[in-house]
Each structure stands twice: as structure tokens, then as C-alpha cells.
Design a protein around this ligand. Sequence first.
Ligand code: KG4
Ligand code: ZN
Length: 354
Amino acid sequence: MSNPPLVLGIETSCDETGIALARGPELLADVTASSMDEHARFGGIVPEVASRAHLEAFEPTLRECVKRAGVELADVDAIAVTAGPGLIGSLTVGAAAAKALALALDVPLYGVNHIIGHIAVDAFVHGPFPEEFLGLVVSGGHSSLMLVRDIARDITQLGATLDDAAGEAFDKVGRLLGLPYPGGPHIDRLSQGGDREAFAFPRGLTGGREAAKYPYDFSFSGLKTAVARVVEGFEDEEGDIPAADIAASFSEAVVEVLVDKTLRAARDHGVDTVVIGGGVSANTRLRELASQRLEPQGLTVRIPPIQYCTDNGAMIAALGAHLVAAGVEPSGLDLAVTSSMALEEITRPGANAP
Ligand code: KG4
Ligand code: ZN
């Protein structure tokens, strides 16, 4: 039997230049360069800085990836690149590089959905996906609950964030507590020494009529405002801010909502497996509570190791490998990138597609 196809995955939607090589279901190499250090002092990602950093990092990251995989660039059979959602300038650098490579190597090009990549990457770690499962992606820009019938062809969005994404809430609360950007990992660490019940923060869209109207949607902006009020209260009284307790109580509020809505969606749709991905899935308490609450209900919980939760090239190579295996039509060299992309849109056709 011949070798499964060699797929190159390219991710440049935000501040990480991620490049990976996969041989079918096996990840050969995954290399990431990050420009986060250049953004941290601004308290957020500066798009122009991120674009330029991708331009500088692309070639050395690609070379390193090819070297670690022990293959030749000429052996690549297909290329997958993030087409959206993300920062247009950053996406454009990755897509332009991917097009040049696809043209030079004469191989098909797939422009793929970054959010679906966060789910797809778990197949490298935990094996093939079941026939139908639930996906929860929680990242800096998105909180999305989806029903996956076929990761290459058939995904339905069940719920999304109505305002702030989960990671955005972590980052904003991090700022309120004076923590470096991005706040998520810092709040995670600080929470370990805090009391989860110290503050009764609101659980958005979980009660009464709102829960009935938005069973699978998320809202974290009220929670962020509640945290801001508590912090201001301590500042007004010139007291010490109990940062660890606030961080732990805030994290608990976010994580409980994520896990409870996931459980409800899994029950309603009769699935027995949940795959969780995206930067916030690195969160210690989310990983803990998901297994504590979902597994006793008979659900299998799959969350990739932390290195595959935040943005990386492996997630795009994983989705690319699934698309190639399923025989999905490539995007073509007239691929256009986009800042927003529906979950149902797993790949993007070329701009001139019929
Ligand atoms: O998926 P990702 O790397 O990039 C996007 O596609 O947005 O997610 C980044 C987000 C940031 O908001 C960051 O604060 C959050 O993931 N994050 C965490 C943790 N690690 C990263 N949030 C909570 N706990 C963590 N351990
Ligand atoms: Zn992401």
C-alpha cells in the first residue's frame, strides 16, 4: 500500500506562525513561532506587527518543520492554510505563501476554517473521530458549540457567543487584575490559590427565559462587568484586591457555563463524545470540571494536550488531512481570506468558483 498523503498545514490567523507536516493521520512535525512578546506591552495584538512577524518567521519556521519531519518539501502532496476567521493581514501573509508553494509544487491548496482546526487536531492525539460528536471551541475570538457529523463535510453550529468570547473575557479580567496580556494563563495560575466560591459571579444565559431562548449560546460581558464592579469596590475602599479569589470565582463562572451548556447540547442531540479545543481549553479548571461533570453522564471527553490547544500548524494539517482523505474539492489558487467564517464553511472555495 502506498504512503498516505503528506499534508503541509499553515496557520497565520493571529500572532502565531504555525507550520506542521502530517502523513495522513500521523503528525510528523509541528513548529510554532510567536510574536506575542512584541504585542504584550500594547495589551493586545497589533495587526500590522503580527503581519510583519509572519512575513519574517515563515521561511525559517517552514525549513525547521521540514527538517524535523525528515521529509523533502518536494514530497508534499497537498497544502492546507487558514483562510479565516482571523486578522486579514496575517491571514494574507499565510495564504500568499501557501499559494506560492502550491504553485511551485503543483499540489492542491485547501483554504480552511481555523475554528474547525481546533477540533480536528485532537485526531492526532486521540485517534479517529466517532460518527457524530459535539465540538466546543473556546478561544480568544470565539466560543462555539457545534454538532460534527463529518469533520470534512458536515458541521452545524448549535451555539456561539453573543458578546465577548471566553478567552476575551479572561483577557479583559486579566487586565482588570493588572495581569500581563494575554490574561488567560495568568488567571489560570492565580486561581490555583483562590477560593472558587468567594464571589457569586453571574452565569450568563443559564436561567429562566434567557436559557430557554439561548440554550447553547454564551454571554460573558455581564460577568466581566460584575468583576469590574468588585475590583472597583476594593479600589474605592483602598483595600487589597483579593486577586486569587476573584480569578478563581471568575474562572468558575466561565467554566461552569461552558460545561453545563455542553452537557445539555450533548443530551439533546444524543451524542456520546465531546471534543474541546481552542486556547481556553488549556484551562486547568475547564479540563477538570469537564471530566468531573461529563464523564459520569456517560460522555467521552477528548481535549488535546495544552500545546495543541493554543494556535498551531498541526490543527490546520489535521483538517487538511481529513479533507484530502474525504476527497473534498480543493479551494484553488484564487482563494480569498476572510475575517469571519461560518462554522458550516469548513473550506473556502476560490474567489472565482462557480
Ligand atoms: O486559540 P487561541 O490560541 O487563539 C485564538 O484563536 O483566539 O486562544 C487564545 C486565548 C486567549 O484569550 C488566552 O487568554 C486564552 O486563549 N488562554 C487561556 C489559557 N491559555 C490560553 N484561557 C484560560 N486559561 C488558560 N490556561
Ligand atoms: Zn485559535
